[in-house]
Structure formats: structure tokens, C-alpha cells
Design a protein around this ligand. Structure first.
Ligand code: FMN
Length: 155
């Protein structure tokens, strides 16, 4: 049986953000679904050929200078034209860690995802303000939701 691939693409410049990424992965893995494969990597290490082999995408970024972080921007700059027209409807989710805002990171990612015609399956998770361990629970739920939704075929 061909497994559905969830690709988690996040740059994690701090311990907190790395913990968020881990929670997303753990959430997806916790469902223990035979039909689902979870792959994760830094935005710097993904080529467009890899991306095309994805059934669902989870992006993670910090907000830096009112925008997505540079690593995720580099990723989009490399894959945008090679993937244009080839990933229509691909379900995606986004989690953001922001010191005090997050709106700029959200807007910047959504504009590009919309250009690629990816399908947003929930409002981005924005973890803003002082660090709170509840952020990890939200990240876990996000990973779980993608895994379960792909497994039952609703995404
Ligand atoms: C260069 C730089 C620019 C930043 N710009 C923003 C920003 O525009 N908006 C915001 O809410 N946070 C901003 N931050 C805060 C980061 O989003 C935050 O440090 C990051 O999410 C890591 O969070 P942590 O302290 O929980 O590890 C910036 C941080 C850095 C290092």
C-alpha cells in the first residue's frame, strides 16, 4: 500500500521552536496510522522534487521582522516556479512562533501558499507572547489533525 506523506518543514532557531516542531511530529506519530508516513526537514534541505511527493504539508516559522523567517523564504524562492501548477489543492497547515505578533508571518506564507493553490485546512496556529508550554499541546493537536484527516481522506 502506498503511504500518504506528511511533510513537516520548519526552521527552528531556538529551543522553544524546536520543541514546537517536535510536538507537531509527536502529535502526528501518536495516531499510529499505518497509512501515513511523516517526514520532516529544514526548509534549506528540501528540493522541489521532494515536495511534490507530499500529500499534506505542515509549515513552521518564526516571525522575523514582520515576515516568515529567512529559511522558509529561501525554500519558497527555490520551489515556487518548479512546483507552480503541480500541487493544486495540496492541504497545508502552518504554525508560527512570534514574540508579540505573528500577523506578518501569517500573511506572507498565506500569500505564497495561495499562489501555489495549496489548500489551507485550518487557520494558522500563532503562538505569540511569552513562552507557554500550552503551545506544545496546540502543536501536538495540529500534527494529529493533519494525520487523522489524511488517513480518513477528508483532506
Ligand atoms: C531578527 C529577529 C526579528 C524578530 N522579529 C519579530 C517580529 O517581527 N514580530 C514578532 O512577533 N517577533 C519577532 N521576533 C521574535 C521571534 O519571533 C522569537 O524570538 C522567536 O519566535 C523565538 O521565540 P522563543 O523566544 O520562544 O525562542 C524576532 C526575533 C528575531 C531574532
Amino acid at each position: 500500500m502506498t503511504k500518504k506523506i506528511i511533510r513537516i518543514i520548519a526552521h527552528t532557531p531556538s529551543e522553544n521552536v524546536e520543541a514546537m516542531r517536535q510536538s507537531v511530529i509527536e502529535g502526528a506519530l501518536s495516531c499510529n496510522l499505518q497509512n501515513i508516513k511523516i517526514l520532516y526537514s529544514s526548509p534549506f534541505n528540501i528540493a522541489h522534487g521532494d515536495l511534490l511527493q507530499s500529500d499534506g504539508i505542515i509549515l513552521g516559522t518564526t516571525e522575523n521582522f514582520g515576515y516568515m523567517n529567512g529559511a522558509l523564504k529561501d525554500f519558497f524562492e527555490r520551489i515556487y516556479y518548479p512546483c507552480q501548477g503541480l500541487m493544486e489543492g495540496c492541504p497545508y497547515m502552518l504554525f508560527i512562533r512570534a514574540g508579540n505578533d505573528g500577523a506578518g508571518a501569517k500573511k506572507s506564507v498565506e500569500a505564497i501558499a495561495s499562489g501555489l493553490k495549496w489548500r489551507k485546512i485550518q487557520e494558522p496556529l500563532i503562538c505569540r507572547g511569552p513562552w507557554n508550554t500550552n503551545f506544545l499541546i496546540s502543536c501536538e493537536e495540529l500534527g494529529k489533525k493533519m494525520a487523522l484527516g489524511l488517513d480518513v481522506g477528508i483532506y
